[in-house]
Design a protein around this ligand. Sequence first.
Ligand SMILES: *Cc1c(COP(=O)(O)O)cnc(C)c1O
Length: 395
Amino acid sequence: MVRDKSMEMRFVYADNAATTRISDAAFNAMLPYLKEKFGNASSVYGLGRESKNALLLAREKAAKAIGANVHEILFTSGGTEADNLAIRGCALLGEKLGKKHIVTSAIEHSAVLDSCRALEKEGFEVTVVHVNPEGFISADAICKAIKPDTLLVSIMTANNEIGTIQPIAEIGKLCRESGILFHTDAVQAVGNMKIDVKEMNIDLMSVSGHKIHAPKGVGCLYCRKGIELPKLIHGGHQERNKRAGTENVAFIAAFGQAIEEAVLGIEKNSPYIKSLRDRLYDKISDIPDMNVNGSMENRLPGNLNLSFGGIEGESLILSLDMHGICVSSGAACASGSLEASHVLRAIGLDDERARGSVRITLNEENSFDDVDYIAFKLRETVERLRKLNPNWNFR
Ligand SMILES: *Cc1c(COP(=O)(O)O)cnc(C)c1O
């Protein structure tokens, strides 16, 4: 008998929407600034200037990658901080003009939703636009939500759970024509699809390093020239006096390298990643009582979000982990209980179905053998867990 070697235990990382491995180029770009080139970028002597130059180079790379100018890039500690600075900053700008209304969507990352909720407690008004069952927000829905005192629209470019890509250029155009600031959280989109902030009429955009092979704890906010965001972190004059604190030169150098690489790699990687995802789906699509969450059109190439009847996502994740597979579930452990994902609820899943979901996010580091292994173990595990569930009988 021939043994199928590809089904032997292997380690497969398929949770790239949660974080990614640092690339060799990003890692190498960072090293000198951790050791020999340790100068403070604000110091005027040579050692300091080397750090300052590293910041400038990274800023140029980040700007070029998204079609921005160097002065429009503000380095942050990551996507969360960029979202916070953008939303609170715009709210304070709007307030000065007597505007108190913000439009966002039901499927935003918690960094956006919770920033909006916090502002609501401070007297701002927030409209949360619904998505359709496919996971899309239309420019028309945004148009209907806009009021005379709307100061900001914040809609993510691509969703972190279901991978759906929103009509950002259209929403951007609408906002520009209406004189409303437009922010997009593009943390999941950068490196997966081409983004040009000018062509897409984006005023502010959040990017995170660790989703694109840079280290955790670095990212940037693109802020269009002319938008004078108020300073929210007080101290020194770093980042054009917008965000105080000694710059994380090493991580920023890695971020610059990573965003350049990620964007240059889109054309080559995207079709390959999509072929991995589609192969995986083909191999498991006949599993009974299983659905894909979100549309298969206009979706990030590596994203597959599935829900299974009669399964707890959390048990599935833990079983797959024992086979060396890293994926994540549609539930977050909030204070000891499993809370169904707000994104899956927003596209119409009930609690039980949302809790029976898994998110698989592939990237260019995965192989065909990886997806064949995932398909095999996923099928085996779903069958086993269902046999253990006395309440499950496929209708
Ligand atoms: C990961 C993520 C964030 C948060 O970025 P951090 O750098 O981890 O703070 C924000 N938005 C989206 C869509 C994300 O996927």
